[in-house]
Design a protein around this ligand. Structure first.
Ligand code: DGL
Length: 278
């Protein structure tokens, strides 16, 4: 029997819409509910404990909407909170790190992989470990990690490929260029928007991995393995934010890449009690 419950996707804010767009492209017949925690964004500068607490509240809000799967679109939340969420959630939880790491290992020819992300993602070391594990059969596999915190603001400002973006990228990406990486994982929801400038700095032969694409493939497989696919009828797209819906919709369009989200509703999640889950 078909399962027409929606897939729940959350992120610290609007960035996860780059993941949602790939999920919609991969499984267009599935309804989706997106929650962006814009009121408490960014997560990339927060502590481990805070990221876990926020992520639990985001997950519990989506669970209240009767979703059949939770996708943690946020790389920072995936690296810090995936294990906690997966251990307490009674529907499949999908994170972005392992799919991105596997895609990078498949793409590399010279065994040198760069990871760029928020400070919290890089300092967790989770991405680096995932790439080394996925590529354990590659002799001399090397991972170069670099936090690029300003990329988030550039993406939200719409400064995707101007002079400021170029100079910022030159500075951040220098260690990756010097190490001769042939593959770079865009391990942050916002970075796919900066792909043109990152490519300009790294050179056209360097492959950029958008983990959103890899995650969408995983979502499709899990739906099929668990026999929870929808029948494709009455597909709905709902959007929630913990801040002003107008602001969300103003900035969201390029991230979603398919016109404006509309009908976004505001919700408060900071009063959801997570004590029993920590
Ligand atoms: N969504 C976050 C991520 O993918 C980036 C923005 C933030 O720091 O909250 O890591």
């Amino acid at each position: 029997m078909a399962d027409n419950r929606p897939i729940g996707v959350f992120d610290s804010g609007i960035g996860g819409l780059t993941v949602l767009r790939e999920i919609i492209a991969a499984v267009p017949g599935e309804s989706t509910i997106y929650f962006g925690d814009d009121g408490r964004s960014p997560y990339g500068t927060k502590s481990h404990e805070t990221i876990i607490k926020y992520s639990l509240q985001d997950m519990l809000f989506l669970k209240e909407q009767d979703v059949k799967m939770i996708v943690i679109a946020c790389n920072t939340a995936s690296t810090h909170a995936y294990e906690t969420l997966a251990s307490v959630c009674d529907v499949p939880v999908v994170e972005v790190v392992v799919p991105g790491a596997r895609a990078a290992v498949e793409a590399t020819s010279n065994g040198r992989i760069g990871i760029i992300a928020t400070r919290a993602t890089i300092s967790s070391g989770v991405y680096e470990s995932a790439v080394l594990k996925a590529g354990e059969n590659i002799d001399g596999l090397k991972v170069i990690s670099q936090a690029c915190p300003l990329f988030v603001s550039l993406a939200e400002e719409g400064w995707w490929d101007n002079e400021v973006a170029y100079l910022t990228a030159c500075d951040y990406l220098k260690p990756l260029k010097e190490a001769g990486v042939d593959t770079v994982v865009l391990a942050c929801t916002h970075y796919p928007l900066l792909a043109p400038v990152i490519s300009r700095v790294m050179g056209p032969s360097v492959k950029l991995i958008n983990s959103g694409v890899a995650v969408a493939g995983v979502v499709k497989s899990i739906l099929s393995e668990n026999k929870i696919e929808s029948d494709g009828k009455d597909v709905t797209r709902s959007f929630f934010t913990s801040d002003d819906p107008k602001l969300f919709e103003q900035v969201a369009a390029p991230f979603l890449g398919r016109g404006l989200p509309s009908g976004t509703r505001r919700v408060q999640v900071d009063n959801i009690d997570v004590k029993g889950f920590l």
